[in-house]
Design a binder for this molecule. Sequence first.
Ligand code: SF4
Length: 668
Amino acid sequence: MAKEFKRSVCPYDCPDTCGLLVEVEEGKALRVKGDPEHPFTRGFLCPKMHHYEKTVHSPLRLTSPLLRTGPKGMGHFRPISWKEAIAYIATRWQKIIKQYGAEAILPYSYAGTMGLVQRNSGHPFFHRLGASRLDRTICAPAKDAGWKAVMGQTATPHPAEVKDSDLVILWGINAVATNIHFLPLVKEAQKKGARVWLIETYKTHTAAHADQVFLVRPGTDGALALGLMHLLVKENLINQEFLNKHVQGFDKFKEEILSSFTPTKASQLTGLSEQTIYAMARTFGRSRAPFIRLGAGLSRYGNGAMSTRLIVCLPALVGAYEKKGGGCFPGTFTAEAFPLQEFLHEDFLGKKTRLINMNQLGEALNNLADPPVQSLYVYHSNPAAVAPDQNQVLKSLGREDLFTIVHERFLTDTALYADLVLPATSSLEHPDLYRAYGSYCIQLAQAIIPPVGESKANWDVFSLLAEALGFAEPFFKQTSTEVISFLLSLPAPFRQGIDTDALMAGRPVEIPVSPIAKHTYRTPSGKIEILNPSENYPLPCYLPPYHGEFPLRLMTAPSLFALNSSFRERDELRQREKGMFLLMHPQDAAARALRDEDRVWAYNRLGEVKFTLRITPRVPPGVVVAEGIWWLAHCPGPRSVNALTSSRLTDQGRGSTFYDNTVEVRLA
Ligand code: SF4
């Protein structure tokens, strides 16, 4: 068969959702490149996906179901058939259900694949089973909560609006690592004369794209927003007409910030000088259309929702939300593109079962609550590496009486603890529907190569399990393709006006956002709600981050060469990263008599993790940074970074607090 390029989509948890062109020959992916026709990603890929074919055809791919033959965590397995595997799960689960009830079974998944069908395949199945439900809040629900508190369901601008801004603020986003396709748009604004600021906790690779970098103490972004708003009011840089017409509660808020949040206070909290805060406020207030690209990082502190809320208020004071090129862009909300509820089938739940927060997996499995979790089914996720409080998670995965099934492409840290490992397809081997969260693009991807080995897609495995457990609903007998057709057949006003033929042909398609008018604020009052009476704090205010007992604040930041724990199967990407480093300021290193390249332990009450030390002025004093999540097999010590992160939750949204931890460091 001749070589040909076929269209696909990057399935990983990244706002860009790149369009791919995959060269295929005789059922193998030979190479992958960006699709130049994609309106947002425009033909280039990040380094992670550049050789996706090496992931797809990696010699480490799992190719048959595996049954554990040795102690948990040791990775001793023997191959078995799919028939045996499905029958084994059904028998074990029937026993568990008989003894403890179905709530003793817990699914665990997040966003290993972002395709709507494969990502969500387990929902209808586990609802029908009556299993415990997982509160899927590991990413940035606090950011959503903060946005919604002020803006409700208001649509966010088109990301390309940034080109018309004269002041672009990248706030808490390392775009080079997590939103690289936004940067060419920023560049266009810069060429037209816009200034670009980066507000961060350390100098990330994105700093090279900014005209000015402002480093704030971790968790004090809300204090900076308040200090700036105080000065905008004091220096009469606000847009009173806009505030009168479109903002609820500004007068009360104004009194509050004038009396209680001075630039001196903002300076003391953030570490920025008062002079800098004055200069920032004046530039912001005098800009025609300031545009904030808000990242998810700052919402992973205990005060994440409140910090987001304060930042979202900032453009309202100067009326930036009405200006072309102005406002705040936290990402796009494209959920309305497909009525997913019809697929998730909450109606299959006989009664509402208990909800277990995924950030507290260790506690949930170790506290033998009524009923104790007796079986864990993990799919496209790797909680042994990515969940907080790794020591507690690993201890729980080691429970001999916990029947663990892991459906994966690779023998991850979690799969090593499984009783049964099921081989999963990659995104090139199954069909799916995608919607981006950094642009308004949607796309349909077909399977373009056959499954590697005996691997199966999530949907297909849940169909087999449904059959084995005697579920009579015809719903579970559909194929993935039929489910996709069903989703596409449901009316969705949000998709109105799209090029349906292009979508069906697998081309990237953009939802037209021009009809979303300025001044259309989808909140209960129809206004931007600085004052929101339904919130615990009706007016936004400063909430401090976690006050840890150790002297250094630990930032668990994204890596350029991995996405959470994905891509760690690739030797060449790990080599480019060079190792698992802890970044530390020279002053902090000198105080501890540490030298560059030393092996060090970072520790706190939860655990200790060995790193190679990198001394750099890129991080400010009092902060240490660990980029990326490593598989245990590649770590310098027995644990990876999440042995240091806590399962505490955010102020709103029950989200993770990965950035809100403290440590001390000593020589190993
Ligand atoms: S990880 Fe993000 S930037 Fe990289 S190819 Fe996928 S969607 Fe594009």
